[in-house]
Design a binder for this molecule. Structure first.
Ligand code: SF4
Ligand code: SF4
Length: 450
C-alpha cells in the first residue's frame, strides 16, 4: 500500500479526515442482480411497515403494539402485560437467534433488513439520486436549488414514515381520528410526532452511515461474533492479488467497488466492522469482470476460510451451542403458548374486610376479581369452587359476560355454612368456567370465626 490514505485506513473512521472533520460519502448508485434483489426485498419490508397495521383478524388487529394499554397483538395473537414471561421468552429467543445468525452470516441483517439501511439506501438515497443524479466521481453536486428540493422531499417522506410507525402503536382508527381532529386536542402526541420526524430527518439527511459505523451496538458486536468461518461479503484476495492492470491478479484496482460503498470503505483491505454487507461492491465488481471477460464474484458471499480452503463450512462448536440454546428456548416457548389459559384472573379480598356472618350459620367473604380475556372469543363466566361444592358464589357487582380482549372487574361474595368450615383460615381454588369448560383457576383464602 503505497498511498497514505490506504495505509491509515485502520487508524480512523473512513468518513473522518486527519483533522477530525466529517468526510461526506457520495456513494454511486449500484446496479446489478444483488441490488435488484435488495430493492424487491426492501419493497416487501416497506409494504409490511405500511400495511400490516391495517390487517385485521376476526375484527382484531394483526399487528399492534399498544404500549399505552399494555396490550400487544403479534401475528394476530393478543399478548398482555400479564404475559411478561412470554415476551421475555420471545425476546431471549430473538437475541439468541440474532447471535447465531450473526456467527454464521455476519451483518446480513444490516445489509438487507435493518430499517436504517432500508430507509437510507432504498428511500433517502434514491431521492438523492433523483434530485442530484448519480455521483460519478464521489464529488458534491453543484445545484443548490436541487439540494433544497431534495431536503424538502426528505422532510415530507420523514413525516410519512413517522406516521406509518405511529400506526403500529396506536392503530389506523386512532391515527385517522388524530389527523381529522384539531391539533390542540392532541398537542402532546403532535409534539412527539414532530420530535420523532425531526430525529429521523437528522439521521437520514445528515448523520447517515455513521449510525452503522459508529453508533449501532450490533455493528460493534461483530468483532466478537464473527470469525474466519462467518460467511459475509469478502474480497477474494487469492484471486485478486497482486492487483493492478499490469499485474497477474484479477483485480485491476479500478476502485469501482469503493465508489458504490455506502460506508466508504475499501473491501480489498479485508473484513471491516464498517461493512454492512450491502452487496453493492459485488454488483459493481461483477460488472468490471464482465467487461474484462473474467469470471464473476471476485467479491462475493464467502468466508475467509472459504477463500483459503475453497470450501465454506458453518459447522463449529459455537454454532452447535447457540443452536441448542435456541431449540431449548423455542421448545419452552411452544409449551408456554400451548398451556396459556384463555383468561387471566386476579382475585383479592376486598380491602378492609375479613369475614361477615351472613346469617347465624353462614359465613361470607368478599373478593374483588380482575379478569382479562386474552382471546378474541367472548365467554359467559360462572365462578365455582370444585373442591367445595357446598360453597355458594354470588356476583355482587360487575357482569358475567366478558367479550374478546376485554378486561372486567367484579365483586363476588362466597358463602359457606359454618358447619362445613373446620378452620379459621382455609385455602380454596376457585374455577372460572364457561359452561363445563374450565378457563382458569385462582387461589383464595377463606376466613371464618373459629
Ligand atoms: S471493482 Fe473489482 S476489479 Fe475494481 S478494484 Fe474493486 S475488486 Fe478490484
Ligand atoms: S464493502 Fe461492499 S458490502 Fe460492505 S458496505 Fe461497502 S459496498 Fe457494502
Amino acid at each position: 500500500m503505497g498511498n497514505n490514505e490506504e495505509s491509515t485506513f485502520r487508524d480512523r473512521p473512513i468518513n473522518i479526515d486527519k483533522t477530525g472533520k466529517r468526510q461526506w460519502i457520495y456513494a454511486r448508485q449500484p446496479k446489478g442482480s444483488w441490488y435488484t434483489r435488495r430493492r424487491f426485498f426492501a419493497l416487501f419490508l416497506l409494504s409490511v411497515l405500511a400495511f400490516a397495521p391495517f390487517i385485521s383478524v376476526d375484527g382484531h388487529p394483526f399487528m399492534l403494539l399498544d404500549i399505552a394499554n399494555r396490550r400487544f397483538y403479534i401475528l394476530g395473537l393478543s399478548i398482555y402485560a400479564q404475559d411478561t414471561y412470554i415476551m421475555a421468552l420471545v425476546m431471549a429467543s430473538v437475541v439468541v437467534f440474532v447471535v447465531l445468525f450473526t456467527v454464521v452470516f455476519g451483518r446480513l441483517w444490516c445489509g438487507w433488513a435493518c430499517p436504517q439501511t432500508v430507509f437510507l439506501e432504498m428511500v433517502y438515497r434514491r431521492i438523492e439520486y433523483l434530485f442530484e443524479g448519480n455521483y460519478r466521481s464521489g464529488k458534491k453536486p453543484a445545484s443548490t436549488l436541487r439540494t433544497i428540493a431534495k431536503h424538502m422531499t426528505y422532510f415530507v417522506v420523514t413525516v410519512i414514515i413517522a406516521n406509518l410507525m405511529l400506526n403500529w402503536f396506536i392503530g389506523p382508527k386512532a391515527l385517522f381520528r388524530i389527523m381529522a381532529e384539531p391539533v390542540s386536542e392532541h398537542l402532546v402526541g403532535f409534539l412527539f410526532l414532530i420530535a420523532i420526524s425531526g430525529a429521523y430527518y437528522f439521521i437520514y439527511a445528515f448523520f447517515r452511515e455513521q449510525i452503522c459505523t459508529m453508533v449501532c451496538p450490533y455493528g460493534r458486536l461483530q468483532s466478537v461474533l464473527t470469525d474466519s468461518k462467518t460467511i459475509m461479503v469478502t474480497y477474494d484476495y487469492k484471486r485478486g492479488e497482486p492487483r493492478g492492470s499490469k499485474q497477474s491478479g484479477q483485480c485491476i484496482n479500478c476502485n469501482r467497488c469503493v465508489s458504490v460503498c455506502p460506508t466508504g470503505i475499501d473491501i480489498k483491505n479485508g473484513t471491516q466492522l464498517e461493512c454492512t454487507n450491502c452487496t453493492a461492491c459485488i454488483d459493481e465488481c461483477n460488472d468490471v469482470m464482465k467487461k474484462l471477460k473474467r469470471p464473476p464474484n471476485l467479491i462475493r458471499y464467502t468466508s475467509v476460510s472459504g477463500i483459503e480452503t475453497g470450501k465454506n463450512s458453518i459447522k463449529s462448536a459455537r454454532t452447535y451451542a447457540y443452536s441448542a440454546v435456541l431449540l431449548v428456548l423455542l421448545a419452552i416457548l411452544s409449551v408456554v403458548l400451548i398451556e396459556r389459559t384463555p383468561i387471566d384472573t386476579t382475585v383479592l379480598r376486598v380491602p378492609g374486610t375479613m369475614f361477615q356472618m351472613a346469617t347465624a350459620d353462614t359465613v361470607s367473604n368478599m373478593y374483588r376479581t380482575k379478569i382479562i380475556n386474552k382471546t378474541h372469543v367472548g365467554h359467559h363466566l360462572q365462578i365455582r369452587i370444585p373442591d367445595a361444592p357446598f360453597a355458594n358464589v354470588e356476583l355482587i357487582s360487575g357482569k358475567e359476560y366478558i367479550a374478546g380482549n376485554e378486561m372486567i372487574e367484579t365483586i363476588i361474595v362466597i358463602k359457606i355454612n359454618k358447619a362445613d368450615i373446620k378452620k379459621k383460615s382455609t385455602n380454596f381454588e376457585i374455577g372460572f368456567f364457561d359452561g363445563n369448560q374450565l378457563l382458569r383457576k385462582s387461589k383464595i383464602n377463606f376466613l371464618a370465626p373459629h
